[in-house]
Design a protein around this ligand. Sequence first.
Ligand code: UDX
Length: 453
Amino acid sequence: MKITCAGVGYVGLVTGVCLASKGHEVTFYDVDPQKIDMLKNKQLPIYEEGLQELLDEYFHRMSFTSKPSEAYSSSDVIMIAVGTPEKKDGSANLTYVYSVVSDIAEHVNQDCVVVVKSTVPVGTNEKIERALLQEFQISNTNKPDIMLEVVSNPEFLAQGTAVENTLNPSRIVIGSETEWAKNVIDKVYADFKCPKVYTDRQSAEMIKYASNVFLSVKISFINEIANLCEKMGANVEDVAMGMGLDNRIGNQFLRAGIGYGGSYFPKDTKALHWLSQYQNCELKTVKAAIEVNQTQRFRPMQLLSAVYGELSGLSVAVLGLSFKPGTDDVRESPSHTIIPLLLDENVLVKAWDPIAINNFQKVHPELEHDSNIEYYSSLTDCIKDTDACIILTEWNDVKNLSENEYIKLMHQPVIIDGRNCYPIDRFQSHNVTYLSIGRPQKSVSRSDMYDSI
Ligand code: UDX
């Protein structure tokens, strides 16, 4: 089938490349000609494991354009995968979605199903269809009528495992109004072996939000339990394991830490909460999850202050700038909260990340000439001569670092582990102050540390 993906971000690009690998002819459209040029040269504008290999192998089935006329005139299916950024009030900004809809209305020439991949508030697909049909009639008074329908087909891919999630999805949700559109989308996914959920468009839209928001609530719940565990001398990892073995609870998304980041959970929780308030039916569990997530980010600062009291003049390594390992995406990453707070306290910040430094710097042009922040691509250079390491992202490089290296390189071995990267007993026999989240804290007085080094 001929498929167009509008938007070459994580969703559009991964979806389109995976569909090309299943035999479809895919055209990628983006307003940004630079990204399109990169793709024409087999270069990816994002990092995602396994994507480059698929792009190279199935390149012959792909084309790339920033001209709407080329993108939308002759496709069987157009997938809208453009951003829906958060507005100040938490609601979703649909400007980019509607701009694609206008372009489709102007250029479409044949029967076509328009799929909304972007996460949009419940009821939006219907509004998009109304806008599409109206604009099509206005722009095409002389053209024969064609069949157009908007279908909700949300994606559930997670960054870092996006290719695997797309090729082997847990389920495919198709929210459509007619048999015709349902059958067209069924053909797109004919080669995918997984349960398919056929529903109306509103339910499909709600499945997407409710799934992401449920996982966010689960994380905030375990983070609150973690904070209580610390007070009670319990270990949240054991608690999570004991809970997760109950199939009704499940063991995923029960990893305590410094909260969820990324481009989905923070935005989707706020958007659903906004919608619920607008409908006078506030989701109080979601409101609480958002609040918990916001305060959880400050835990590393609280722990660091508990060790040192006064922070001015310290040298602190911040390990991990991306919101999770396996991605260079820094959207809503805890690093944006922690690093400015450290700088405010007159701390020398040594920031390390294997792939996300550029993206972090793009978001913080104000730090360009700040001599109190240094960036490192070598982990050992980063932690050398520091007074504390704060782990914000559980990269394997960090997990594989030995206790001896910390002791050998650091000025004072104080490790604040915001992601519980190490087993709790890892530093037991060493004179290391190791503080993690929701586990019994092992703290050594600073004079003891000096004695032992
Ligand atoms: C998420 C969903 O997993 C995916 O299905 C949806 O389509 C998009 O949103 P993503 O944002 O890429 O994907 O990452 P995910 O792995 O889900 O992690 C989100 C955040 O939650 C990360 O910051 C991660 O560190 C955090 N997290 C995750 C926890 O703090 N604890 C956990 O147990 C799991």
